[in-house]
Design a protein around this ligand. Structure first.
Ligand code: GLY
Length: 368
């Protein structure tokens, strides 16, 4: 249930493992996957309290080269996967303190990160503002183009024999999913991967409803000369965080707002102004680039920012239900590891160790 990068990659891997797979989504790839920038950075998106999430992200990043190569090999389609690194930069004393904290986090997690002066940052990225005073380079980070990834996954599931139903699932009861037109589909397993919508599906018993909420992100796309930036650049400007993710063909993705406004997906003047204001502070020359698109979508947020993976509650009331949702800011990064973990569970009845922390059980007892 759900045809974003998470649902499609699970469908692909499950079909490869020999399952007979039906996937349902009214508009595959048009939810959060459509907006995502595709930055693959396990450290920058994890906080001190999120060590398990960092471990999951690092495992997924390590699997990306083989995952992307296999997908392209199977379909002939690119994914835009590149390992070009992330440069986190800062201006003033407070920003540099944030960068030093980030370096300490890198050290504590055993991730190589190189502290740079402002001049060293500009040597790597000449378009940076001269006022940038320092930075931290995470060379092992990568990026992927989520729209190319989605198209490749759609081709892969098609070739693997997955049946795609272009309708929303409105209800899941036991091992049966009801579609919007009232028809029902039965299965041995029902994998719920509907992003922020996962909590809105009727019929799930108490304790099996994933605690996900919509967290709006507005993001914009610019186009300029290839090589305008060579790696992802992030910065905190007066407390608000902005990132710029370049693609090989000259696209530059600037993101993203983080807003708790329910189901609102309007692109607002204020959202775009903030993004452009902060991006221009980092890279003044981007005002010369062509503006191509602004879009807003809803991330599936969870109470602890980690995804919800594996079977429903341990009491077995939701037998046959498997959750793969709540990936919040990390859905694209966590795609390979999520697909492996869920299909590992379907084939062996055991969630692999790296994912074991992320079952819905961690929210039992009211914290959800
Ligand atoms: N991972 C970036 C974002 O969610 O905005």
């Amino acid at each position: 249930v759900g045809g974003g990068v998470i649902g499609l990659s699970i469908a692909w891997r499950a079909a490869q493992a020999g399952f007979d797979v039906t996937a349902a989504d009214p508009d595959p790839g048009q939810g959060a996957s459509h907006a995502a920038a595709g930055m693959l950075t396990p450290v920058s998106e994890a906080a001190y309290t999120e060590k398990e999430l960092f471990g999951l992200g690092a495992t997924s990043l390590a699997r990306y080269p083989a995952f992307a190569a296999e997908l392209t090999g199977a379909t002939g389609r690119p994914t835009g996967f590149r390992l070009t690194g992330t440069l986190q930069v800062g201006y003033d004393h407070d920003d540099l303190a944030v960068i030093d904290e980030l370096r300490d986090l890198h050290d504590s997690l055993g991730v190589p990160g190189q502290r740079l002066t402002g001049r060293e940052c500009r040597r790597l990225e000449p378009m940076l503002d001269p006022a940038v005073r320092g930075g931290l380079l995470a060379e092992a980070d990568g990026s992927v183009d989520p729209r190319q990834l989605t198209r490749a996954l759609l081709a892969a599931v098609d070739r693997a024999g997955v049946r795609m139903i272009r309708q929303p699932v409105t209800r899941i009861e036991g091992r049966t999913a009801r579609l919007a037109d009232g028809t029902e589909a039965g299965a041995d397993w029902v994998v719920l991967a509907a992003g922020w919508n996962s909590a809105a599906i009727d019929g799930l018993p108490a304790g099996a409803v994933p605690p996900v909420r919509p967290v709006k992100g507005q993001i914009l796309r610019l186009r300029g000369p290839a090589g305008f930036l060579t790696r992802s650049v992030r910065g905190v400007i007066r407390g608000s965080s902005v990132y710029l993710v370049p693609r090989e063909d000259g696209e530059l993705v600037v993101g993203a707002t983080q807003e708790e406004l329910g189901e609102d997906t309007r692109v607002t003047a204020g959202g775009l102004w903030e993004l452009l204001r902060d991006a221009r502070a980092l890279v003044p020359g981007l005002t010369e680039l062509e503006f191509t698109e602004a879009v807003a979508r809803l991330r599936p947020g969870t109470p602890d920012n980690g995804p919800i993976l594996g079977p429903g509650p341990a009491d077995g009331r939701a037998g046959g239900l498997v959750l793969a949702t709540g990936h919040f800011r990390n859905g694209v990064l966590l795609t390979p590891v999520t697909a492996d973990a869920i299909v590992g569970y379907l084939t062996s009845g055991q969630l692999p160790e790296v994912a074991a922390h992320f079952t819905i059980e961690r929210f039992a007892g009211g914290s959800a």
